[in-house]
Write a new protein. Structure first.
Length: 108
């Protein structure tokens, strides 16, 4: 799977705005190869709060930091955060931090 990974997007809306700029200036070549290492399903309210504040430290990110990295081939290993009934999921590579430092939003 390929996705636009955006650094330090504050919310899903910020991510979408950044993605538009990336598409205009870099296009498809800016997409990164991504592997989903684990899916975390949150309650709908908790997921909505996460989407509104991606830069906030989260225990579910801290617990799974060891799964998120970029390997020697440039492949991004991420967790997928979602909620039942949501139209989107958020891919996260925390790069060793407890917040969603790099994110991609994917439509279900």
């Amino acid at each position: 799977m390929k996705a636009y990974m955006v650094r330090k997007a504050a919310s899903v809306k910020d991510w979408e705005d950044a993605k538009k700029c990336i598409e205009i200036y870099s296009g498809e070549k800016a997409k990164r190869e991504v592997v989903i290492e684990k899916t975390i399903t949150l309650a709908p309210g908790e997921f909505a709060a996460f989407c509104d504040c991606l830069l906030e430290d989260k225990d579910f990110i801290k617990i799974n930091r060891n799964l998120m990295r970029m390997d020697e081939h440039g492949i991004w290993h991420c967790i997928k955060v979602t909620a039942r009934g949501s139209k989107v999921s958020v891919l996260v590579n925390s790069e060793g931090y407890d917040y969603a430092r790099y994110t991609a939003v994917i439509k279900k």
